[in-house]
Design a protein around this ligand. Structure first.
Ligand code: ATR
Length: 290
């Protein structure tokens, strides 16, 4: 008989939570690694969120993932934060160390590991000296800026529809960052090491990318690596445009898969692999719900 005490339980909570693919990812790893454990989707409203966190221990959870709209609120409710969560200003992963609830943000790991997997040398000595350009200044952009700084990038440009938000982000992260108005994109240096879209532009059902962005991409040097955090569709308009220019592109699905791995290790004590099989599983699920 299985000893129920040894079954680790984890969750993802948010509102709405119906479309989360995290259960698919974690259940795949539990099965692959032959671990006794569970990972469930829990719908939690903003009013109930604090109480939900308070009762985790008594409900036997080892930890879990936190998603929209609770990622910022969770900062105030956990006992301890790692450096990434503090700088990014949001939490997506929590776990217990003894009775203390620890909060972390693993989006930056997801971003960096995705590029590690697909583009060797994306953060080498030469690349980090050249500017990286981030489009957008929301929560996702903060995670990516954190990753770029961790990997040693020396100049990070931020362009956002609302210019004030990009200025605030640059101030928060220090002198290696520079906010640039969207209107100045046409004067961007052509030797960017990286171009990253963190906005919802080009996502299914959202607005298209602007002619200014298309024009900028068409002037980029062929060394620029282009990536998008949007993964529905997998090949976004932004990535298609970069491919037409002959640039190397990396889609955003790997970021989703890799950000999940550190949490899994905290709760279930084994580090999982982001395999092609897992990627195919998630793609099949995305196609099913199209
Ligand atoms: P996330 O956590 O995914 O980053 P967010 O914090 O809501 O989500 O940020 C969304 C980003 O996409 C912002 O940079 C937003 O620009 P604003 O700061 O001007 O709102 C950007 N964005 C969303 N829709 C956009 C659009 N139609 N055109 C340009 N930028 C857009």
């Amino acid at each position: 008989m299985t000893d129920k005490q040894n079954i680790q339980k984890a969750f993802v909570c948010g509102w709405p939570i119906k479309h989360s693919r995290s259960p698919l990812i974690h259940s795949h790893w539990l099965k692959e690694l032959e671990l006794e454990g569970s990972y469930e989707k829990i719908s939690v409203t903003s009013e109930d969120f604090a109480q939900f966190l308070n009762s985790l221990k008594e409900n036997g959870f080892a930890g879990g993932n936190i998603t929209i709209p609770h990622k910022e609120h969770a900062l105030e409710l956990v006992d301890d934060l790692d450096d990434a969560a503090k700088k990014i200003g949001a939490i997506n992963t929590i776990w217990f160390e003894g009775d203390r609830l620890i909060g972390s943000n693993t989006d930056w790991i997801g971003f960096a590991s995705n590029l590690d997997q697909y583009v060797q040398g994306w953060d080498n000595k030469e690349k980090i000296k050249k500017p990286a350009l981030v489009l957008g200044a929301g929560g996702a952009a903060r995670g990516i800026v954190y990753a770029l700084l961790q990997r040693g990038f020396q100049k990070i440009l931020i362009a956002n529809r609302t210019y004030e938000k990009s200025i605030k982000l640059a101030e928060d992260f220090g002198p290696k960052l520079k906010a640039i108005p969207m209107g100045d994109l046409e004067n961007i240096p052509s030797d960017l090491s990286l171009l990253i879209n963190t906005t919802s532009l080009g996502m299914s059902g959202h607005q298209s990318i602007s002619p200014t962005i298309v024009e900028m991409i068409s002037n980029l040097g062929l060394e620029t690596i282009v990536t998008d955090i949007v993964y529905i569709p997998l090949k976004t308009e932004f990535l298609k445009c970069a491919e037409d220019r002959g640039l190397s592109v990396v889609d955003g699905l790997g970021m989703l898969l890799h950000q999940a791995a550190p949490g899994f290790e905290k709760w279930f004590k084994k580090f999982p692999t982001v395999s092609q099989e897992l990627r195919n599983l998630v793609i099949a699920d995305m196609e099913k719900s199209e």
